[in-house]
Design a protein around this ligand. Sequence first.
Ligand SMILES: [Zn+2]
Ligand SMILES: [Zn+2]
Length: 332
Amino acid sequence: MVLAPDRLAHPGPPNFVRRAAGVVLDAVLPPQCLSCRAPVDTHGQVCGACWSEIDFIADPRCAACGRPFEYDLGPRALCGACIAEEPTYGRARSVMRYGDRSRGLVIGFKHGDRTERAKTFGGWMARVGEEILSGADTLVPVPLHRMRLLSRRFNQAAMLALVTGRRAGVPVQPRLLVRTRATPSQGGLNAAERRANVRGAFAVRSGQEGQVGGRRLVLVDDVMTTGATVSACARVLLKAGAAAVDVLTLVQVVVCAVIHRKWQYSRVFSGSAWCSKRAGVANGVAIRFQGCRISSDGKAAGRGFESYIRHQFHITRLWFASLVRAVLMQRP
Ligand SMILES: [Zn+2]
Ligand SMILES: [Zn+2]
């Protein structure tokens, strides 16, 4: 199944109806910062204070894995980890570095049902990934196992891919890859354990093989930590005949781009606990059925019934607002 980038386009209601709906919507649900909920000018923005705390990744960076360099080492320079072991994928690019602010944004999106953030995130990804998206034939989101999909209700990578594809004018194939077995959470595992965890976990969906041969594909995911997941996907796609596989993610875990991989990741996991552990949740189910353990901005919150109801009310309001926007204002 290929989703054309303009799949959501339709004639829609006249302009004045959309403008009126926008005014009513802004009165009911004023635009708030995606991260701290401070008032902002338009929906989907991050306030100035939060923006300055987000560590956006810019050049110079490793030509392969995309980790930022302190100094410009030339356009084709590789980091120590990529020199030690060449990645399976061609190029990887990420919008921001893993940190306090980006962690809150992503956890809220992934585990807190703040799915309206996909529109903003996809816009950022389309801009950062311009170079790899310009020659791409198809975007392929990293798939979730069907049981994980059932508990989370959506695949965050597919949502990001759809918005990015629409912005960049590249078709998306959300069903090209399939996760053939459920893999335990990667949190707390080192690079070697992560590789073993996802080995053989992905396959090209049967009947879709013809969509891979000779194509330039871009894998899309929310977070890239050691690159084990995207490498496992890239290996499967290249084996099936893909001409090239690049990677585009929202967040990348970076400690230091020029040190050795082994030290790098052990430091990441001992120095700052992985997000799901810090928030005290094992998966999306814990949030929804055992009380609201994280607030919608991803920070630890009360566990009581009241905070659970408040959280549910908040996400219902957001869901309703995005529905009204999608129908009346042609804004997904
Ligand atoms: Zn803010
Ligand atoms: Zn690198």
